[in-house]
Design a protein around this ligand. Sequence first.
Ligand SMILES: Nc1nc2c(ncn2[C@@H]2O[C@H](COP(=O)(O)OP(=O)(O)OP(=O)(O)O)[C@@H](O)[C@H]2O)c(=O)[nH]1
Ligand SMILES: [Mg+2]
Length: 347
Amino acid sequence: MFNFFKKDKKEENTEEEILKDEVVKEVNENLTQEKDDYKDTSNNNEIKADEAKTEETSKSFFSKALSKTFENIKSVVPQRQEKISFDDIEELLIEADMEYEIIEKAMDGLPEEITRKQLRHRLVMLFEHAPNVDLSNLPKPFVQLIIGVNGAGKTTTIAKLANRLKKENKSVILGAGDTFRAAAIEQLSTWAEKIDVPIIKTKQGHDASAVAYDTISSAIAKDLDNVIIDTAGRLQTQTNLSNELKKIVKVCGKAQENAPHQKLMILDGTQGNTAIAQARAFNEMVGVDGIIVTKLDGTAKGGALFSISNQLELPIFYVGIGEKQDDLIKFSPDNFVDSLLDAIYKD
Ligand SMILES: Nc1nc2c(ncn2[C@@H]2O[C@H](COP(=O)(O)OP(=O)(O)OP(=O)(O)O)[C@@H](O)[C@H]2O)c(=O)[nH]1
Ligand SMILES: [Mg+2]
């Protein structure tokens, strides 16, 4: 899960020197938000109630947000049944955009007539890559690096994650590490202002890894809990992108031991199975610890979630269900599978 970099003293010094020159001097100007501003706005009971609500809405969300997927499924099985034939299950999973290879794997050895319990077990199994994060003992600051192709929803998801952390009374700072486009820096700044969290940014074209370094350093200096760093989804070439991401990862480790602690890959859920190829490319570049699937609102390709998690052997942490700051829910394989089964099986 964590990255360990060789500590080459000589190399470190050179890198630090370069950083000194490169790191943007906007830290103090940008840190308009002091840690004290993160005073409790809600008590623990409210947080618990929120969690319970999230859990409750999580299941109903899947049936609402994935209504298009479920409509397709219902075209195969119009009436809810107690047992469904093997062929019908196979067909409805194809309709939900689950990859055939995964369907074969999930259904191997199932009988001609399949019960809810039998299918549930197989489908939940496809999400066996449980997140391996001990939330009770996270390093401080906990550094998350957000990666993914352009347009996947990285910047928006960062805002959603920061908003979530703030609600949990955690202090968070954002790093505008997509220095490729000026609009990208502006977009994250606008979000930072809206959800009221500090941001470290630089001018377009400046070194993204310097921004990452600076953001982590500020978090350490201000004793903040969380750092979330944005990255570019596209550079002039794939090699440039790969080199930039590798450099950001390495420089994060110089700002704080073992940072980034999580490299989160953002995938556009409407891309269905093509998103898997993108994720593989990023995984090869820098390694990915977990996935957030965006734009699940309104897609007919909900079944791709099975393939995404299973093919990449990575956990799905959250799903994005809209463009607003609250449109992010924790992914629960049980709730997702249950809402799908509710559509086709009698209780
Ligand atoms: N419907 C919907 N739209 C989303 C969701 N997440 C992001 N979007 C939209 O998708 C578009 C791209 O999102 P960004 O957050 O800018 O994506 P990005 O990965 O940062 O893109 P680049 O900065 O270009 O690399 C925006 O219009 C977002 O509002 C989601 O969960 N649902
Ligand atoms: Mg962006």
